[in-house]
Design a protein around this ligand. Structure first.
Ligand SMILES: Nc1ncnc2c1ncn2[C@@H]1O[C@H](COP(=O)(O)OP(=O)(O)OP(=O)(O)O)[C@@H](O)[C@H]1O
Length: 265
């Protein structure tokens, strides 16, 4: 039996009397593309922070490849939610990607030429070759974001955690970066946990979703979770889900962050 890449047992996370999720049992397998969806403040980033070992659970346990979560795990690649590098950051684009390769401190260190070739390959895959030598602080938000994706993929991680990795990318680069993440998942057998507000750019790749809203969660295939019935129940308000030509359109979302099940508003 394969060890799950990610495993949560009886996991709950609350801040004060605010419950983000409660009693979550979940296993994510190697080679599975797992999307985490939900409105602002529903706990998507907190979910990644639990897996990164940065956020303790209120109850339950979280494991990565069979071991308790720990900060700095070499099994994990992470594309953080976008924050800009300041203009004076003393790194070129290729240095940033190279840091991903160098992160394998105990692994086989690539020699100079192979290192350079791999960095060039990754820069090319995210369409960043033309600005390889540019200081990162001078690049646009989307250009920086593509480098972060390349850096995370450089480590060939067993578990790839992505926090809104397509944010501020144009359509062409959204497609390129999501295809690259999909290849890491379905060809290299990494488990991908992909936080997003919008499922459509990755709809062809997603195996299962975790939908968080109003202190509740649902897990299942997109067609099981993204339905009028399920989302209306979670939001406690009528939400219409339209499936059209392979896309999912959700209409009439209330502000779920101010409504918490089990609480008096
Ligand atoms: N350390 C903390 N202490 C107290 N509250 C916190 C802490 N971390 C997160 N929260 C709260 O938990 C909620 C969930 O935050 P989180 O960033 O996980 O949401 P999110 O789903 O990623 O939101 P967004 O879509 O806006 O990025 C927020 O209301 C946030 O203020």
């Amino acid at each position: 039996m394969t060890t799950p890449a990610v495993s949560l047992q009886g996991a709950s996370l609350s801040f004060g009397n605010r419950v983000l999720w409660h009693d979550l049992d979940l296993e994510i397998n190697p080679g599975e593309f797992f999307a985490v969806l939900g409105p602002n403040g529903s706990g998507k980033t907190s979910f990644l922070r639990v897996l990164l070992g940065l956020q303790p659970l209120t109850h339950g346990s979280a494991r990565i490849n069979g071991s308790s979560v720990a900060r700095g795990s070499r099994d994990i690649g992470y594309i953080p939610q976008q924050k800009s590098f300041v203009p004076g950051t003393p790194l070129r684009a290729r240095d940033l990607v190279g840091l991903g390769l160098d992160g394998h401190r105990w692994g086989v260190r690539l020699n100079g030429r192979r290192h350079r070739r791999r960095v060039d390959e990754l820069l090319d895959l995210v369409g960043a070759s033309s600005y390889a030598e540019a200081p990162v602080g001078l690049l646009s938000g989307g250009e920086q974001q593509r480098l972060r994706a390349a850096q995370a993929l450089a480590t060939d991680p067993k578990v790839l955690l992505c926090d809104e990795p397509l944010l501020s990318l144009d359509l062409h680069h959204q497609q390129a970066v999501s295809a690259l993440i999909n290849a890491q998942c379905h060809e290299q057998n990494s488990a991908v946990v992909f936080v997003t507000h919008e499922i459509n750019p990755i709809i062809d790749y997603v195996d299962r979703v975790l939908y968080l809203a109003g202190g509740q969660f649902r897990v299942g295939a997109p067609e099981e979770v993204m339905t009028t019935e399920v989302l209306s129940d979670m939001y406690n308000s009528h939400v219409e889900v339209i499936h059209n030509e392979g896309r999912i359109i959700v209409v009439g979302l209330p502000d779920a962050t101010t409504h918490h099940h089990g609480e008096e508003d």
